[in-house]
Design a binder for this molecule. Structure first.
Ligand code: DX5
Ligand code: ZN
Length: 228
């Protein structure tokens, strides 16, 4: 199933609630929430108070992307404020297996993320334990960057690794995705699409609909019965 996960990093925070409602009203079911600590990545975004505020009026699936050092310190708290799925970076912890267990023990979905320079093979020890792999398609830390073309090969490689083991695990992509290049990542095997600027800059509802139209066009081009 193809899923859109709008990233609020690109939203207007003075009217965040309205913007989320608009995305949800236009059909988005996931909400991508980028948490940055100024250590794992150069910038700082927002944390728990923002997530609990928006949790109160949204039923969307909160897809929390932790760009923080030693995520094991905060898993419980992010679950408490309303995360439905938590993705952390392989490069940010020396105990990835333990973090996955922590997330699962709290009844949530676990995602593992790889920076563009991290070889895809590094996820292999966790391949049958994760619910989602996030292949970063820009250097994490900022919205509004351009898609790194080498990412396409990483997505393809990850999809082959899952397929070879009979797994149909979600592959999320994040960074520089637009209506004009989304077909490239879909064709390579991604199925959970994060988009920040492409959704929250301008007409939010219109942007969500354009992205779904691009998904639809891609699906039409696939042969009947062909699986991702
Ligand atoms: C980057 C973040 C992304 C960001 C994507 O570190 O993880 O989620 O919001 O923004 P766009 O879609 O504008 O590249
Ligand atoms: Zn993100």
């Amino acid at each position: 199933m193809l899923i859109l996960s709008p990233s609020i990093l690109a939203a207007d925070f003075s009217v965040l609630g309205e913007q989320i409602r608009e995305a949800e009203g236009a059909g988005a079911r996931y909400l991508h929430i980028d948490v940055m600590d100024g250590m794992f990545v150069p910038s700082i975004s927002f944390g728990m108070p923002v997530i609990s505020s928006i949790r109160k009026f949204s039923d969307m699936i909160f897809d929390v992307h932790l760009m923080i050092e030693r995520p094991e310190r905060y898993i419980e708290e992010f679950v408490r404020v309303g995360a439905d799925m938590i993705t952390f970076h392989l490069e940010a912890t020396d105990q990835p297996g333990e973090v996955i267990r922590q997330i699962h023990n709290l009844g949530k979905k676990a995602g593992l993320s790889l920076k563009p320079a991290t070889p895809v093979e590094e996820m292999l020890p966790f391949i049958d334990k994760i619910d989602m792999l996030l292949v970063m398609t820009v250097e994490p830390g900022f919205g509004g960057q351009s898609y790194i073309p080498e990412s396409t090969q990483h997505i393809r490689q990850a999809r082959e690794m899952f397929r070879g083991r009979g797994l149909d695990t979600d592959i999320q992509v994040d960074g520089g995705i637009t209506v004009d290049n989304v077909h490239v990542v879909l064709e390579a095997g991604a199925n959970v699409i994060v988009a920040g600027s492409a959704i929250f800059k301008g007409d939010v509802a219109g942007n969500v609909k354009s992205m779904y139209r691009a998904f639809g066009k891609f699906e039409e081009t696939r042969k009947p019965g062909e699986k991702l």
